[in-house]
Design a protein around this ligand. Structure first.
Ligand code: GDD
Length: 409
């Protein structure tokens, strides 16, 4: 039997995702028309002998209650939300719920970060892990040397795939192979986390009875139940035949900013084209809008037949898209109204916002630039014939003059 755990974090994480995380927990923000965390959940559903999926986080229970019951019904896989009373770090969070997780007597535990976008080759990882042995296998990918430093960099044995060296976000270049935030472990991982935690307790005791703290200032602030998977487990256990790597050649991205969510929404739409094309809009029939490329339209959205939509557009529940509107590379959230002949390109339009006639909401489309995607927060009004370019607009603002390269607070 296998269980899967998805780390969803909490309200104090995901700050770079503002303003989109101001009213909605980041894991529930829709990519390709589905909450971010649906994508790893759907991937887990394909694991043979999967008994249970746990979401671990420190958001309030009620923020996930509705989601968890509806996704469990929809996918017919039991999904449970386990709430931490405070952040315990990526390994500490897992350890905190070891009893619940071990209730299922799993032979293997998948651990997934919720803010990564990839094809989640979980069955392949399980197979590779079984052939390597060891305590865990990490999904890795080769990236450009310039971008590697934002991630955990690692070195593995090219023949045995053993993890030889691991450094979290190093200042100087170590390797272009990085940690994708997707792991499979045996239950021995709990013993490893327990080890780090008791070491911390011993140090704390030492500190109380000696001047040890002055010698080890770096260890001063971490409580014994706060354990990070990367720095505290992978780094010290690299080169000890405990961890192995499985390299993917598929797509992989990390979703820290709104701009990256737009890119990842497009990657998931492209995946739907291969795996579930019925979820995508098709432009056939004279009553429908012109569709190009991969587009998702919620069944409750109303799209005028003269609108032109795509590529990479996703339109959420109850949105109303008027005559002659042009939408491309965008995410349109629930209850948005886009009036006649408006244009939205490289942009995310927040819940209940409204865009006036002949207005333009646009950006360059550079996903890594701070203002490369225009973001309108919740309930923003763009009046008729107003142009908003490469800008971020916070919730509840009314735009009656055009702006470019601005953050409207
Ligand atoms: N429940 C819970 N509790 N979740 C947490 C906590 C916690 O205390 N701390 C972090 N997380 C979740 C985050 O929501 C995220 O899904 C995941 O754990 C990792 O978050 P961070 O520990 O903040 O690390 P990161 O995202 O900057 O980097 C990690 O992931 C990269 C891949 O995306 C590292 O493991 C990198 O090495 C890796 O490249």
């Amino acid at each position: 039997r296998v269980v899967a755990v998805i780390m969803v974090g909490g309200p104090t994480k995901g700050t770079r995702f503002r303003p989109l995380s101001l009213n909605t927990p980041k894991p529930l923000f829709p990519l390709a028309g589905q909450p971010m965390v649906n994508h790893p959940i759907s991937a887990c559903k394909r694991i043979p002998n999967l008994a249970q999926i746990y979401l671990i986080g420190f958001y309030e229970e009620r923020e996930f209650a509705l989601f968890v019951s509806s996704i469990s019904n929809e996918l017919r896989v039991p999904v449970r939300y386990l709430k931490e009373d405070k952040p315990h770090g990526s390994a500490g969070g897992l350890y905190n719920f070891r009893n619940q997780i071990m209730d299922e007597s799993p032979s293997h535990i998948f651990l997934l970060n919720c803010d990564v976008c990839c094809s989640f080759p979980l069955a392949e990882m399980l197979e590779a892990h079984t052939s390597y042995g060891g305590m865990g296998t990490i999904l890795v990918i080769k990236v450009s040397p310039e971008s590697a430093s934002q991630f955990g960099e690692l070195v593995a044995d090219p023949v045995t795939n053993e993890l030889l060296h691991y450094t979290e976000k190093p200042e100087t270049f170590v390797s272009d192979r990085i940690n994708c935030g997707v792991y499979i472990f045996t239950p021995d991982i709990f013993t490893a986390i327990q080890g780090v935690s008791s070491q911390r307790k011993d140090r704390a005791t030492l500190r109380r009875i000696s001047s040890f703290e002055a010698l080890q200032p770096a260890n001063r602030s971490l409580p014994s139940d706060f354990v990070r998977l990367d720095q505290d487990i992978l780094s010290p256990l690299a080169g000890k035949k405990k961890f192995y790597v499985y390299e993917t050649t598929d797509y992989w991205e990390q979703i820290k900013t709104p701009g990256m969510s737009l890119k990842c929404s497009g990657l998931y739409l492209a995946q739907f084209r291969r795996t579930s094309p019925h979820l995508l809009a098709s432009g056939d029939g004279t009553k429908n809008a012109a569709i190009s490329g991969n587009v998702y339209i919620h069944p409750s959205a109303k799209v005028h037949p003269t609108a032109k939509i795509g590529p990479n557009a996703s339109i959420s529940a109850n949105a109303r898209i008027g005559a002659g509107v042009r939408l491309a590379n965008c995410i349109i959230l629930d209850d948005v109204e886009i009036k006649e002949n408006a244009v939205v390109i490289h942009a995310i339009v927040g819940w209940k916002s409204s865009i006036g006639r002949w207005s333009r909401v646009q950006a360059s489309g550079d996903h890594n630039a701070k203002l490369g995607v225009t973001i309108l927060g919740e309930s923003v009004t763009v009046e008729d014939e107003v142009v908003v370019i490469n800008s971020i607009v916070l919730p509840n603002k009314t735009m009656n003059v055009s702006v470019q390269e601005e953050i409207i607070l």
